[in-house]
Design a protein. Structure first.
Length: 116
């Protein structure tokens, strides 16, 4: 599942038309309607993967493994797990625990927090 991640083009407020990969300096929100066109999500995902390779960024599964191997902890959000009816067994092996927001802040008290 992690190897098949895709960029969501429909309803993604973070997606912008500024596509430096295509040498397009347009800086406006990506039209949701355009995201409904067949192939657009696959194209956006392909662009993202190519750019990650150009920048020597590892794929998500390798990145999670690197974090875990380096001693970092990876936690899943309990609310998201409940909403999507997921169990810990549905997640990658690198996930240490499923936590509520309160449990997460207790564990992270005073330490650096990185959201991915």
């Amino acid at each position: 599942m992690v190897k098949k991640l895709r960029v969501s083009t429909v309803g993604n407020p973070a997606l912008n038309m500024a596509m430096p990969m295509l040498k397009m300096p347009i800086t406006m929100p990506f039209p949701t309607l355009l995201g409904a066109v067949p192939g657009i999500s696959n194209f956006a995902s392909w662009l993202m993967k190519n750019e990650m390779e150009n920048l020597d960024i590892p794929p998500v599964d390798e990145f999670l493994e690197m974090i875990s191997d380096a001693g970092g902890n990876i936690y899943a959000c309990k609310l998201a797990m409940d909403m999507f009816k997921l169990q810990k067994d549905d997640l990658v092996d690198e996930v240490d625990e499923v936590l509520t927001v309160g449990q997460f802040y207790e564990k992270a008290a005073g330490g650096p927090i990185i959201f991915i």
